[in-house]
Design a binder for this molecule. Structure first.
Ligand code: HDE
Length: 693
């Protein structure tokens, strides 16, 4: 097994290598990859000071060749992602449900590596694009690696894996012009999904706030497919996996997301990195919905259909344990880029179902790793290495890192003693399910209802959430140039809900009668709202994990500044100071403060709530800046809680805004900081929205 690369070394020290040192051991040498010390890393070998370069310069050639080969193919989907290390702790012994080792002992901490991602955009695309987010967790268990490769939405666009390349080609940039990047708002995507009614439920999720999360730390995660668990006695249970964030589930507003894409394309990764770097570790609870095959047979949808969810009113969540992310990666490429998730990586106690999307995924991920990482030995890359013994007779291949000893590479054998043997008792055993039937290409009839759960999602939303869904559809369809696509989609929306279709039609300048007549394959069923689907029906009132932006100037009132700092700390929020320039300012008590940002570099979209508190004698520094006025206007338009002091009055005047427009505007002094914090916990003033948009 590889020795861990030295954490202290900043240079590439090679596999298990120590930094090269001089004889006295106090200095680190730069070397070639062969370990030869380098005397000059600034100049290529030439014939004379102004002469041609010499081919024999192995140092220059090695360095440039290595550079030329730095990139590996980015992931074909989920290319843009960010990850962190952490651990998983089970609350209890879940032996009634599963024999999986990591779910037995509450005293055991199982290491995890968790990668969040967008789906459509390439590696350099902005974090806040409207998209599904990947939520992939690798558990390094004592019985091998278990990968739970999920998303932040509980359903998917398609029912059969064979449609995946078409779905992804439709959302990716068009092959002739190579745009648009990281966007679904274009003809090919809407043409494809409007011709695939099975996408309707997922489209409701993707047009909702869920597709523009506030933070990875404030996102739910779902395994989507139905899986099976089996316990030591052979009892089998169907399960659906859910991750719920401790901070609650929050989202951006579309206009905010668009502006953040420009102001900070790394918004989500920066947020996760900063939280972990400042020891504010994000946490999620892992739960399952459990049901038997007999129960599943009574549901009015098929649990093998990945476009359906199991409402929590039907099957409540059973909490299993918690995941904490507490360590940023040391090297993005080595860890985040090279991590290889595969839904086929399961451990004894967990098994698959016949969900046709899952079955296709079981093939795809291993195959993609071979293309991306280039070798069947990808499991030997440190981030992919199991933390338990790996012992078998597979051998050779590109980049073999181990040096297996002995003459035997076959099983069974009687030539070597002490070689690994299969174990019926401990080994992974597929659940012995009986399967029979004709060989055919056919979608089951039980998958035919594409509208009932889409409607359930719609009627479960609060009014603001419904507004945003309408806005999402109108924006995306408005970007389609083909009127027939809009007409077709309107036909689908009419089946989901009349009000939804009417509102989208109005925003598109269409009439309901423009909708294509579409006949559902089966009658749309009755459904009731399911409250856990709404993010804002009962959100946690909390500032935890959120960011307060304080726009101020030199001479900021010291007592107020200290009170805000204290409040932020006790709320587990962050206070960041924004000043006219990045140069130091001093409080009224003379204490030096280094601003975190200057106002043109940090628009208010980067903060959850804002305070505008310039010193009276320097307020003109802000009023002379258009960015400061936009700061206020945007925060108001994004429904944020805004606190201000008297010297901020001219900024309100320039913005043409009243200082008492609603209860989200708080006149701030050292004494009213608590009042402001209480208001800010509510996150947004939804009643303001119809007035500003
Ligand atoms: Fe993936 N998916 N996917 N997917 N997926 C990949 O594997 C694929 C699907 C998901 O952070 C690829 O390593 C097929 C559903 C995540 O590294 C690839 C189908 C769900 C990640 C692939 C699906 C996901 C991927 C690309 C249709 C939610 C990122 C690179 C059957 C449950 C993992 C890679 C990471 C990545 C194939 C559908 C989640 C090509 C064929 C449904 C979170 O193998």
């Amino acid at each position: 097994m590889a020795k861990k690369a030295s954490r202290k070394a900043s240079a590439n020290t090679g596999r298990g290598g120590e930094p090269h040192q001089n004889v006295s051991g106090d200095e680190q040498y730069l070397t070639t990859n062969q370990g030869v010390p380098i005397a000059d890393n600034q100049n290529t070998l030439t014939a004379g000071p102004r002469g041609p370069q010499l081919l024999e310069d192995f140092i220059m050639r090695e360095k440039i060749t290595r550079f030329d080969h730095e990139r590996i193919p980015e992931r074909v989907v989920h290319a843009r992602g960010y990850a962190a290390h952490g651990y998983f702790e089970t609350y209890d012994c879940h032996s009634n449900l599963t024999k999986a080792a990591f779910l037995q002992d509450p005293k055991v901490r199982t290491p995890v590596f968790c990668r969040f991602s967008t789906v459509a955009g390439s590696k350099g695309s902005p974090d806040t694009a409207r998209d599904v987010r990947g939520f992939a967790v690798k558990f390094y268990t004592t019985e091998g690696n278990y990968d739970l490769v999920g998303n932040n939405m509980p359903v998917f666009f398609i029912q059969d894996a064979i449609k995946f390349p078409d779905l992804i080609h439709s959302v990716k940039p068009a092959p002739d012009r190579d745009f648009p990047q990281a966007q679904s708002a274009h003809d090919t995507f809407w043409d494809f999904v409007s011709l695939s009614p099975e996408s309707m439920h997922m489209l409701m999720w993707v047009m909702s706030d869920r597709a523009i999360p506030r933070s990875f730390r404030m996102m739910e995660g779902f395994g989507i497919h139905t899986f099976r668990m089996i316990n030591a006695k052979g009892k089998v249970t169907f399960v659906k996996f859910h991750w719920r964030p401790k901070l609650g589930t929050f989202s951006l507003i579309w206009d905010e997301a668009v502006k953040i894409s420009g102001a900070d394309p790394d918004f989500h990764r920066r947020d996760l990195w900063q939280a972990i770097a400042s020891d504010d570790y994000p946490e999620w609870e892992l739960s399952v919905q459990t049901f038997t095959e007999a129960q599943a047979a009574k549901f009015d949808f098929d649990v093998l259909d990945p476009t359906k969810l199991v409402p929590e009113e039907l099957v409540p969540l059973t909490p299993l344990g918690r995941m904490v992310l507490d360590r940023n990666v040391d090297n993005f490429f080595a860890e985040t880029e090279q991590v290889a998730f595969c839904p086929s990586h399961v451990v004894p106690g967990i098994d698959f179902s016949n969900d046709p999307l899952l079955q296709g995924r079981l093939f795809s991920y291993l195959d993609t790793q071979l293309s991306r990482l280039g070798s069947p030995n990808f499991h030997q890359i440190p981030i992919n290495q199991p933390r338990c013994t790996v012992a078998n007779f597979q051998r050779d291949g590109q980049m073999q890192m181990d040096i297996p000893a002995g003459r035997v590479a076959n099983d069974p054998n009687s030539l070597d003693s002490g070689v690994p043997r299969e174990s019926h008792e401990h080994g992974f055993q597929s659940i012995a399910v009986e399967e029979s039937g004709q060989k055919l290409r056919m979608r089951p009839e039980s998958f035919a209802d594409h509208y009932t759960q889409a409607r359930m999602f719609w009627i479960s939303m609060t009014e603001p959430e419904q507004r945003h869904i309408v806005g999402g559809f109108a924006f995306e369809l408005g970007k389609c140039h083909e009127p027939k696509i809009r007409r077709r989609m309107l036909g689908h929306l009419k089946i989901i809900d009349g009000k939804l279709a009417r509102q989208v039609a109005t925003k598109l300048g269409m009439n309901e009668s423009d909708a294509d007549p579409i006949k559902p394959a089966v009658k749309v069923g009755e459904c009731r709202p399911s409250s856990p689907l709404s993010q804002y029906a009962a959100p946690p009132e909390s500032l935890s994990g959120k960011k307060i932006g304080l726009l101020t100037t030199d001479g900021v009132e010291a007592k107020l500044y200290n009170a805000l700092l204290k409040a932020a700390k006790s709320e587990k929020a962050t206070l960041e100071v924004i000043a006219p320039t990045i140069g130091s300012i001093a409080t009224s008590a003379g204490k030096e403060v280094s601003p975190d940002h200057f106002v043109t570099g940090a628009p208010s979209v980067l903060f959850d709530t804002i305070v505008i508190a310039p010193a009276a004698q320097h307020a003109d520094k802000l009023t002379s800046m258009a960015a400061a006025v936009d700061w206020l206007r945007d925060a108001f338009a994004h429904l944020k809680i805004i606190a201000f002091t008297e010297p901020a009055t001219p900024i309100f005047e320039l913005a043409g805004m009243a200082m008492d427009a609603d209860e989200g505007l708080v006149n701030l002094s050292e004494q009213t900081v608590n009042e402001y914090v209480a208001a800010a916990r509510s996150f947004r003033i939804w009643e303001r929205e119809p007035l500003v948009r």
